[in-house]
Design a protein around this ligand. Structure first.
Ligand SMILES: Cc1cc2nc3c(=O)[nH]c(=O)nc-3n(C[C@H](O)[C@H](O)[C@H](O)COP(=O)(O)OP(=O)(O)OC[C@H]3O[C@@H](n4cnc5c(N)ncnc54)[C@H](O)[C@@H]3O)c2cc1C
Ligand SMILES: *[C@@H]1O[C@H](CO)[C@@H](O)[C@H](O)[C@H]1NC(C)=O
Ligand SMILES: *[C@@H]1O[C@H](CO)[C@@H](O)[C@H](O)[C@H]1NC(C)=O
Length: 422
């Protein structure tokens, strides 16, 4: 019952995640086996891997493979810092996965000069707890300690675009990585396998590039993976978000989750002096931003449900100031990107060369098998619970039992927080 709560599952998805990331399915026709068995490297192929998209997944993968001596060509549509509102919570487990990729320094608050410099650029905020509020009641739930975990039990709140920029920089600084601005138009498929891509570079030239392996990490609004993934689920709700500037919350180390109606809202510190405010709205009744309905909705419907004081003030201050910066985004089904990067890197690691198509195809198959349990669990639960919460009339009961469960203390609370922290 407690689990019937979309935000929890969204958070759970976050945890386990860092999202959408996919390999192009390399369908192999049995009769072609002897043909593709041979080493296939075209003359002049300068790279072992082409990665399409340098978001969190693509950039992290580029770095991981480059460290394993693969020559990587990353093609990213827009190298400017993404200004978007998603991927702002990195759970404790996400930090562990970053560390396993050798990237923990990007988030670290260690005070060696290079670390603190990076830390300052991202200005990631430590998150230790989830603070929940409902009808005048509140509780604070901490990530439980885990002896097997090399860090304190805390995640990070951050600006996604800044993390992406740091990851891109880190990847591009590796001698084996060529990071280029360009938009991939097509995947070149031959005999059911992807051989490379056709892309338009920043000068507008159309260029063909080949590599033994192409990995498409073009995000949750992917065009290129449309034929490979069947992602037609209905969008039930949207997040509406904006940033309140020059503000420090009284409690900057919690994700503040308010059980508001019709759907929940959150407030959290994302840099030293900026606070993210976001509310979920049902897809069938999104107030219009253009005619002011949205501002009205945030001020008149959502804000009064936020505890009076610091949180509500911060929420209202941002609405007043940030009219033009309000963004909406569909709540998409989420996947497990950093974990995918690790799985793929570990699978490819023993291969001396990626030119053996048959071997690579086998590994890609096991990649899907290995990622399936976590990916399917996260995505199915996220979908089912968001549907339950948004689509049923029993919502208030569910909301209440969720709040009760979370604040009941003991193993229920610590168990749920352990799941949330992954
Ligand atoms: C509302 C919302 C909230 C979220 N909150 C969280 C959260 O708190 N924590 C969390 O871990 N995750 C969260 N996620 C999920 C996460 O933000 C994204 O799934 C994650 O950014 C995906 O990373 P990615 O690298 O796969 O894709 P992206 O970060 O989207 O990167 C894809 C890249 O590919 C590039 N690209 C696309 N097409 C092409 C092309 N044809 N040629 C060249 N380049 C191309 C894009 O420019 C982009 O840079 C959230 C998602 C949503 C929608
Ligand atoms: C900063 O670094 C010094 C040594 O380099 C160390 O003794 C000190 O504990 C560090 N401080 C923090 C807050 O990590
Ligand atoms: C949270 O609850 C406590 C009492 O349990 C109360 O003193 C405090 O003001 C509440 N905080 C908020 C922000 O509502």
């Amino acid at each position: 019952m407690a689990t019937t709560y979309t935000w929890l599952w969204t958070l759970l998805a976050f945890i386990l995640t860092w999202m959408v990331f996919d390999l192009i399915k390399r369908k192999k026709v049995g009769t072609e086996e002897t043909e593709v068995d041979a080493e296939e490297t075209r003359d002049g192929e300068a790279h072992d891997v082409i990665i399409v998209g340098a978001g969190v997944a693509g950039a992290a993968l580029a770095y991981a493979l480059a460290k394993d001596w693969r020559r990587v060509h990353v093609i990213e549509r827009d190298l400017k810092e993404p200004q978007r509102f998603m991927g702002e919570l990195m759970q404790p487990r996400g930090r562990l996965m970053l560390a396993q990729l050798g990237l923990e320094g990007l988030l670290s608050s260690l005070n060696s000069s290079s670390y603190s410099l990076q830390h300052k650029i991202i200005e990631a905020q430590e998150i230790k707890s989830l603070a929940i509020y409902k009808d005048g009641k509140n509780d604070t739930l901490y990530f439980p300690d885990n002896k097997n975990f090399p860090y304190e039990s805390a995640g990070r709140l951050l600006r996604n675009g800044r993390l992406v920029q740091r990851l891109r920089k880190k990847a591009a600084s590796h001698a084996n990585v060529q990071l280029e601005e360009g938009t991939v138009k097509f995947l070149i498929e031959e005999k059911g396998a992807v051989k490379g891509v056709i892309y338009k570079n920043s000068a507008g030239e159309e260029i063909t590039a080949f590599a033994p392996l192409t990995v498409v990490c073009d995000g949750c609004y992917s065009n290129l993976r449309r034929s490979a993934v069947h992602n037609k689920e209905e969008v039930l709700s949207y997040f509406v978000g904006y940033v309140t500037k020059n503000t420090r919350l009284e409690d900057p180390h919690s994700m503040h989750l308010i059980f508001s109606k019709p759907l929940p809202c959150v407030v959290y510190q994302i840099t030293s002096n900026e606070v993210r405010c976001a509310a979920e709205v049902p897809a069938d009744s999104i107030p219009s931003i253009a005619n002011g309905e949205m501002v009205n909705f945030l001020k008149k419907t959502v804000a009064p449900q936020i505890p009076d004081g610091n949180l509500r003030e911060t929420f209202l201050k941002g609405v007043e100031e940030g009219l033009l910066e309000i963004k909406t985004t569909a709540t998409k089904r989420m996947m497990v990107a950093l974990s995918d990067v690790l799985i793929l890197r570990n699978l490819l690691r023993p291969l001396p060369s990626l030119g053996n198509t048959k071997k690579v195809l086998e590994l890609v198959k096991s990649f899907y098998n290995i990622r399936q349990p976590m990916s399917a669990t996260v995505n199915t639960l996220a979908h089912v619970f968001s549907e339950l919460l948004v689509a049923t009339t029993a919502r208030e009961g569910m909301r209440q039992s969720c709040f009760n469960y979370l604040s009941s203390g003991g193993f229920r609370t610590s168990g749920m927080m352990a799941i949330l922290g992954a």
